[in-house]
Design a protein around this ligand. Structure first.
Ligand code: PLP
Length: 360
């Protein structure tokens, strides 16, 4: 990444040195945590310490932390393993990892600022039948925070379970309690790819997606990827809401300087590191490519794999219409350089002037 400015933390955070060191140490350690001999017991200790670290941070008991391969699997495990036999209700702006695991689910609308429409949730819950509600704590494109405490209270009152996808929120903001299950992902915290976790409320059981050798108390078969898990736990120690709050100044400077752009969810509570800038009339993919050539790494709200300009379903759900295809996500990493805002804005303004003229 020499000379380039990486502003795509919500895709994956740069690996933290402490996470790298912990992963390497676990790799050196060797041993299978399920083995009864000394090497296995040493690996088991690392695994259990990681479990305790996650439980301590997010609430719940260490024994109710189920390690997975990442956020996608943790979400799928919750929706399929807890949700079976329940009515599934998902937020309109959920990540594809949730939507794909909940085919036919009822969709809960969001307000224009991207936050959950609590009245719609209440109405859907009142329709009856035991439900599982899946909501993201923070949106990956806009950074918007759902009113989770209020949603949890509604779920409790209506006897529904609440699954929280905390993949983007974990380590960046405090995650409200009141969930029945919670998904996190190691590489979004600054750990290596390959590990995530589903935390369960004590007493809640989950049917495994993958059966096997009885690992993870029978909830997820397969030898645990110890280096990735140790790296995730080490990253978590540094990924604190207090540290992430320090990024808000850079985020605000970017928003203040991006004249001509609309900031999605500007008025709502959001992650401190994320902004979604909508530049009407200019396709998001075109913006991303122009910025990439200028050495700035950001994402389009919606990936475009078909060659056509895709509209972000998140921005569409918020009522952006045609402009839903013109939003880019800027997400500051934990190690964002102090001059990130000015470097981004210099490249962004040049891109805006060139591409807006062409679009006009
Ligand atoms: N949930 C949200 C909100 C995400 O942003 C992502 C990834 O971008 C995921 C789930 C999937 O996580 P993973 O990449 O660990 O599978």
């Amino acid at each position: 990444m020499s000379g380039a400015l990486y502003l795509d933390a919500n895709a994956t955070e740069p690996l933290r040195p402490v996470a790298r060191a912990a992963a390497l140490a676990a790799m050196e350690l060797g041993g299978n945590p399920s083995s009864v001999h000394a090497a296995g017991r040493a690996a088991r200790r690392v695994l259990e310490e990681a479990r305790e670290a996650l439980a301590a941070r997010f609430g719940g008991r260490a024994q109710d932390v189920v390690f997975t391969s990442g956020g996608t699997e943790a979400n799928a495990l919750a929706l399929r393993g807890i949700g079976a036999g329940r009515r599934l209700l998902v937020g309109a702006t959920e990540h594809p990892a949730v939507l794909a695991a909940a085919p036919g689910a009822g969709v809960l609308p969001v307000l224009a600022d991207g936050t959950l429409d609590l009245a719609a949730l209440e109405a859907a819950l009142a329709e009856g039948g035991p439900a599982l509600v899946a909501l993201m704590a923070a949106n990956n494109e806009t950074g918007v925070l759902h009113p989770l405490a209020a949603a949890a209270e509604l779920c409790r009152r209506h006897g529904a379970l609440l699954h929280v996808d905390a993949v983007q929120a974990a380590g960046r903001v405090a995650v409200a309690v009141g969930w029945d299950s919670l998904a996190v992902s190691g590489h979004k915290l600054g750990g290596p790819c390959g590990a995530g976790a589903l935390l369960l409320r004590p007493g809640l059981e989950v049917a495994p997606l993958i059966a096997g050798g009885g690992q993870e108390r029978g909830r997820r078969g397969g030898t645990e990827p110890l280096p990735a898990i140790a790296g995730m736990a080490a990253a978590l120690a540094e990924a604190t809401p207090a540290a992430a709050a320090g990024l808000a100044g850079l985020r605000d400077a970017i928003e203040a300087g991006a004249a001509g752009a609309t900031v999605a969810s500007a008025g709502a509570a959001r992650l401190p590191n994320t902004t979604c800038l909508v530049l009407p009339g200019v396709a998001a993919e075109t913006q991303v490519i122009a910025l990439d050539i200028a050495g700035i790494r950001v994402s389009a709200g919606a990936a475009c794999s078909s060659g056509k300009v895709a509209r972000s379903p998140v921005l569409q759900a918020m009522g952006f219409g045609e402009d839903a295809g013109s939003g880019i996500r800027v997400s500051l990493p934990w190690n964002a350089p102090a001059d990130s805002a000015e470097r981004f804005l210099a490249a962004w303004a040049a891109m805006r002037d060139r591409l807006s003229r062409r679009a006009a």
